[in-house]
Design a protein. Sequence first.
Lengths: 537, 149
Amino acid sequence: MLAKDPIEFSGVPLPQPRRLLDVETEATTAVRDSAGRKVAEKHLAQMEARYRGLLEAAPDAMVVVNQGGEIVLLNVQAEKQFGYHRDELLGQKVTNIIPEGFAERLIADGTRTAAEALAQQIGTGIELKGRRKDGSAFPIEIMLSPLESADGILVTAAVRNISVRKDAEKHLAQMEARYRGLLEAAPDAMVVVNQCGEIVLLNVQAEKQFGYHRDELLGQKVTNIIPEGFAERLIADGIRTASEALAQQIGTGIELKGRRRDGSAFPIEIMLSPLDSVEGILVTAAIRDITARKDAEAHLVEKVEELKRSNEELEQFAYVASHDLQEPLRMVASYTQLLSRRYKGRLDSDADEFIAFAVDGASRMQRLIRDLLVYSRVGKRSLELLDVSSEDSLQQALINLRGAIEESGARVTHDPLPRVMADEIQLIQLFQNFVGNAIKYRRPGVPLVHISAARNGGVQCIFSVRDNGIGIDPQFFEKIFGMFQRLHKREEFAGTGMGLAICKKIVERHGGSISVESLPGQGSTFCFTVAGSNNKS
Amino acid sequence: MKVTGGSMDIEVLLVEDSPGDVRLTQEAFRDANSRIHLHVASDGIEAMAFLRREGEFHDAPRPNFILLDLNIPKMDGREVLARIKNDEDLKTIPTIILTTSSAEADIAQSYQLQANCYLTKPVQLDEFEGVVKSINDFWITRVKLPQQR
């Protein structure tokens, strides 16, 4: 019961010892009033026993000192605290264990009587130094209370070793200094806010960012600089406690508006973290001015839009150019053909040769423009992906290629093919280009083409078109998918160099990828992916 | 050979602004059928004047059929088509769209306006000749048309 709670708090008056003292004072009064010395001694012994019991029950070291500054009573805790045996202390000067302060304040104070000094000190904790038997010093806090006895006024001192608390205080002070150091070292504005939403700490960056002097912000509501969102999210959320809100927000950046002293607003991102302190949970907010980032984002969006627009314009241009070029070219081609037909052998041999070159050039340009038109149409049309049978698409492609297949004697085989999500016209075009190439770039002998498909784990289907043709040198794998890229002379293989570019664009428009595996003389395998259908075929 | 109007010449109105195409068509028809008279209007206004025998066309023949390009100056081919098919007198004349456009919208609109058929000009000369030949074979040789007034 003695001094249990009170001593835990420094500077707080201690009511407990006083009550105890009152009781004891009554007892001692009774002793004094008694007439017989024997009776009194017996009484004292009784009282001492009782008092000793109380002393021993106390959690702190207790020392009772007489007016001569000698120790007359002490408890086990005092023995332990100071490292003496009881006998070594009894009758000794209290200055042996509390060298300074105790005596000065109480007893040896020349200008005041002990009673006066006592009256002044009772109930207040005094921080002094204790000295152990081994000479080492340690911080103590003592609480004094007077005890009237037959031997005059005694002083009971409750002595608490406060080295742990002292260390903690020192630690805390260091921590605070370090924390402040951290705050100032942070590249962002940092503001520490208490549960009332008041700013309790901030760094230089915060001053700069918001245009205030430190003193103008300390103690002010954080809503002065972050008008919305901060408090709402953390403290004032009625359905959540502050700590719950914190737990949810920690580590996530929140984009809000900051307000400078001049009233101007700017975009910020804040990161919150809780800070447990003696004043309750504080919130540390790292505030980043994201004006530059926001501007960059807006700039990026603008650029993307611009790029999209210019891309669309380019596609439109390619379409219009190829479409409109077709008309005059048709005239050139038709009339050179007409010339060739009607006047071949009727002019001289030079004329026949010149006309032949004109006819050839015109028809090649027509094919180029036709393929360019096909290419630009792949991008121009808005893609409508439907659940289609890739096997049906292949069959249609083979029908379109009937001439080439019959002429070459090619054997085209395929595995069962899945249903896919695709634009059917483009899927047919894809098969037609791949199978057409496989037949076109053949070696002597029967061209063999095989088409297979496999589910690529998830949603994608991988198709492969394998042939036994002339193959492709791996160094050209990238090149062949480019526009107007050709690996052969016209005399070897005719073509515009657009076929695989069209394939690539079709596949990419479908969100898939395209690749080739090949070695010269060993055939080629072209692979492409298309999203599979959810329906089982 | 069975010919509309007995042994009479076959009158065809070609509405086409490109001289190159006009000449190509003439050459192709000459090869296909020597009795065809190809009359040419180079824009929509002229085509309507020809059909209604207005001004310089006061003694123009009524064509057995019309070859109409969609993209022509002054009056668009679609407008010409609409006027022909809204004219009690002219609407019985088979009107064939012969154009470079293969746009779905053009095809649909032409049939909405009651074009008799829609053909795209092939890019290759021999294919173009093939188209002209099939026009001749079908619209001149095979098809029965109402008696001309």
